[in-house]
Design a protein around this ligand. Structure first.
Ligand SMILES: Nc1ncnc2c1ncn2[C@@H]1O[C@H](COP(=O)(O)OP(=O)(O)OP(=O)(O)O)[C@@H](O)[C@H]1O
Ligand SMILES: [Mg+2]
Length: 618
């Protein structure tokens, strides 16, 4: 899926990065807002656990001060109790945070799936499916770090840090200066590293997405890759992308591998300095041994939350980069703005929510295109198209390759909308209807005979009001389309079709999608080249089945003379314009282009003759 950060113009980069951060902040805020309850509980448990553990050095000092008194045993028990309570708080908090993190990942995944089925159709024409899958899997699971990366421990850790530093200052201001200085140096290094990681993390995720996209493209075209001996080139291309992702990932690792030793060194330096300076102060009698012991413990208490805070910030940078990639998909335009005209409509008509089905009406609707223009980017594909089809009957759309026939069907389906002109269904502008309501009227057979994985039955019942298509009628249609014997010899309606229908031949797939359209109770049937991959006998079977569908309004895109001649009306399209409208005979007589299209197709008379011949297979 092309998203706004691909191939960024360097001039826009600064503005874009600002936009990115604002977007991530916005999403982070909404994640925390929508989980206020459980997150507040986790936060409170973290703070309470930290507060309880702060009592430990104080108790230790009291124990050391009263080693030979009976009080000591009681204090040891209290210390053990305090440690136990802190551990319990920690365990509950961990569970609450992990549960919320899992919910967050699930919510993000669901929302990505919901969004990706609603995107405007043009978004899919340059869809990078593999990249989308990477976002759904890798990126979404990385966002777990937003909650599980320790962000809810921040207040608790900050409390420990501030509390421990304050106690240090009270205990010994001189020794405290050493620790404070060390903390500031470590903080500056961490801030510099965090900036580096932030800018690298998004690039890493982007290159992982590109890797996924390229892999998906290559594997789904594996037949072409093999047929043209492109295996080595494929591996080389993937290897370059894998190397790129590794290089960028290593950069982050490099920054982290410098940061942690630096902060470790600074903190260890602090401890050595505290031991050396503190030891001499004990010798000079300026502080007691118990003061030094408590101070040492406090120093250790500073190191742990400090490291955790830095770790959390780094984790947030990486999780934020993944979150950004999900937010980018959320921002792509979807079909919800297409139905705005119908939602603005003060009194939505009955047909919008309850469109009549074929079974509820005697004859399919009348479809009218009036001066319709359509452009792909800045390329004009349709230029003032006007014609009408129905009510009922078969209208053929005929024309040279690239003349705009499939585009007309896409407009009728509201996959795209005209840039000018209107399309009406029984007088009602389809732009005023919800796209889903328009589609619920239409049985669509696309040019690529799309079959979903599963069984024949699942493919036939797609989009039906109930899951069961009447058995007798189903077999009647399948037999009429020449599929009866093939399916009976396999598993009947439970025959598996394989991924994208790969267990069927091209022609079988075409006939199956036609059967789906004929069995549906939708009043309009749009067919894009339904006979292109079948032999003349199967073609005749498809056409005769179509002709016998009672009352439906069919629009049939075709290059095949037999199919053209079977239509009651033919609309001839050339270069995005309607050049003639008439019957097969009229156009054969009056239109050179139509006559040429018929001549170029092999043996039209022979095919026509076979169509009229009795069908022994039925
Ligand atoms: N998604 C797209 N983006 C840009 N241009 C497109 C897109 N789809 C189609 N076109 C262009 O629009 C024009 C009409 O295409 P269309 O698919 O409607 O032709 P067609 O009549 O169905 O052709 P064919 O008989 O080969 O299927 C062509 O020039 C095509 O290259
Ligand atoms: Mg086409």
């Amino acid at each position: 899926m092309e998203v706004p950060d691909a191939d960024l113009d360097p001039q826009d980069e600064a503005t874009f990065r600002l936009g990115q951060h604002a977007l991530v902040r916005h999403h982070l805020a909404s994640i925390f807002r929508s989980r206020r309850g459980p997150l507040t509980l986790a936060l409170a448990l973290g703070v309470a656990g930290s507060a309880v553990s702060l009592a430990q050095p104080y108790l230790l000092k009291r124990i050391l001060d009263s080693l030979h008194e009976p009080e000591a045993l009681r204090l040891v028990l209290v210390l053990a109790g305090v440690a136990l309570v802190a551990a319990c708080f920690d365990a509950i908090q961990q569970f609450v945070v992990s549960r919320e993190a899992e919910r967050l990942v699930a919510d993000l995944r669901l929302s990505l799936v919901q969004k990706s089925v609603r995107l405007r159709m043009p978004a899919y024409s340059d869809a990078r499916i593999g990249d989308l899958v990477t976002r759904l899997t890798t990126d979404a699971s990385m966002v777990r770090g937003v909650l599980a990366g320790g962000v809810l421990d921040v207040p608790g850790n900050a409390l420990v840090l501030v509390g421990a530093l304050t106690m240090m200052v009270v205990l010994d201001p001189v020794l405290s200066l050493i620790v404070l200085l060390g903390t500031v140096v470590a903080l500056v290094s961490a801030t510099l590293a965090s900036r580096q990681i932030r800018s690298q993390a998004i690039v890493v995720q982007q290159s992982v997405g590109t890797l996924g996209a390229e892999y998906e493209r290559s594997v789904s075209g594996i037949q072409t890759v093999r047929a043209w001996g492109q295996e080595q080139q494929l591996v080389a291309r993937m290897s370059a992308l894998i190397g790129d992702a590794r290089k960028r990932g290593t950069r982050i690792a490099g920054v982290e591998s410098v940061l942690w030793p630096v902060t470790g060194l600074v903190m260890h330096g602090c401890i050595i300095a505290v031991v050396a300076v503190g030891g001499s102060r004990v010798e000079l009698g300026e502080i007691s041994v118990s003061d030094l012991a408590a101070f040492m413990l406090l120093t250790f208490m500073v190191i742990a939350p400090f490291n955790q805070l830095v770790g959390t910030v780094l984790e947030l940078q990486v999780a934020g980069a993944a979150l950004l990639r999900l937010a980018q998909i959320e921002r792509l335009p979807d079909e919800s703005d297409l139905d705005s005209r119908s939602t603005r409509n003060a009194s939505p008509r009955e047909s919008i929510t309850h469109p009549p089905r074929a079974s509820d009406r005697a004859v399919g609707p009348r479809l009218v295109l009036g001066s319709v223009d359509f452009t792909y980017g800045d390329q004009l594909a349709l230029d003032g198209i006007s014609f009408d089809a129905g009510p009922g009957g078969v209208t053929a759309l005929v024309g040279p390759s690239g003349s705009g026939k499939s585009t007309i069907l896409a407009l009728l389906m509201r996959f795209v909308d005209p840039s000018r002109g209107r399309i009406t269904m029984d007088g009602e502008d389809i732009a005023d209807l919800d796209p889903a309501a328009v589609r619920s009227q239409i049985a669509f057979v696309g040019q690529n005979a799309e079959i979903l994985a599963g069984t024949v039955r699942q493919n036939l019942t797609l989009g039906q009001r109930t899951d069961s298509v009447e058995r007798e009628r189903t077999w009647e249609v399948l037999t009429r389309l020449g599929l009866g014997a093939r399916l009976r010899s396999a598993n009947g309606l439970d025959t598996a079709v394989g991924e994208h229908g790969l267990q069927l031949s091209g022609g079988e797939k075409q006939r199956l999608v036609v059967a789906r359209a004929l069995l549906s109770d939708r009043p309009v049937v749009l067919l894009d080249e339904p006979t292109s991959g079948v032999d003349a006998t199967n073609e005749a079977e498809i056409l005769s089945a179509l002709a016998e569908v009672p009352g439906k309004t069919c629009i049939l895109v075709t290059h095949r003379p037999m199919a053209m001649s079977s239509a009651e009306k033919i609309v001839l399209i050339d270069a995005g314009r309607v050049v003639s409208v008439g019957t097969h005979e009229e156009l054969l007589r009056s239109d050179d282009l139509y006559a040429r299209l018929n001549e170029r197709s092999s043996g039209p008379r022979e095919l026509a003759r076979r169509m009229d011949a009795p069908r022994s297979s039925l």
